[in-house]
Design a protein around this ligand. Structure first.
Ligand SMILES: [Zn+2]
Length: 95
């Protein structure tokens, strides 16, 4: 899959990890697809948790093309990112 398809997708959303509310099914389908196509149990080429954290915290567009592309093809990072977002939501739900 090409990242540009997400960038210019129907909702105009940028990343599968930042889908608009109301599109959870789309995100879930993407999630399932990545786990099937790219389980990446060896964590090959993973940018690391600190980079995922930076991505989760980024308010505007995240500019690291390599990381964005990688996450779209790495179920392990996708899981990490979900975990980080969950932690952030629990830690700072007042925001
Ligand atoms: Zn990864």
């Amino acid at each position: 899959m090409n990242r540009d398809e997400f960038k210019t997708g129907p909702g105009g959303y940028d990343l599968p990890t930042d889908v608009e509310p109301g599109e959870p099914e789309l995100l879930e389908a993407f999630d399932r697809w990545v786990h099937t196509a790219y389980p990446n149990r060896e964590r090959t080429g993973c940018p690391g948790r600190s980079v995922l954290m930076a991505l989760a915290l980024a308010k505007e567009k995240f500019e690291d093309e390599y990381t964005l592309t990688h996450i779209g093809r790495c179920a392990a990072c996708l899981d990490d990112l979900k975990q980080i977002k969950r932690e952030l939501t629990e830690a700072g739900s007042s925001r």
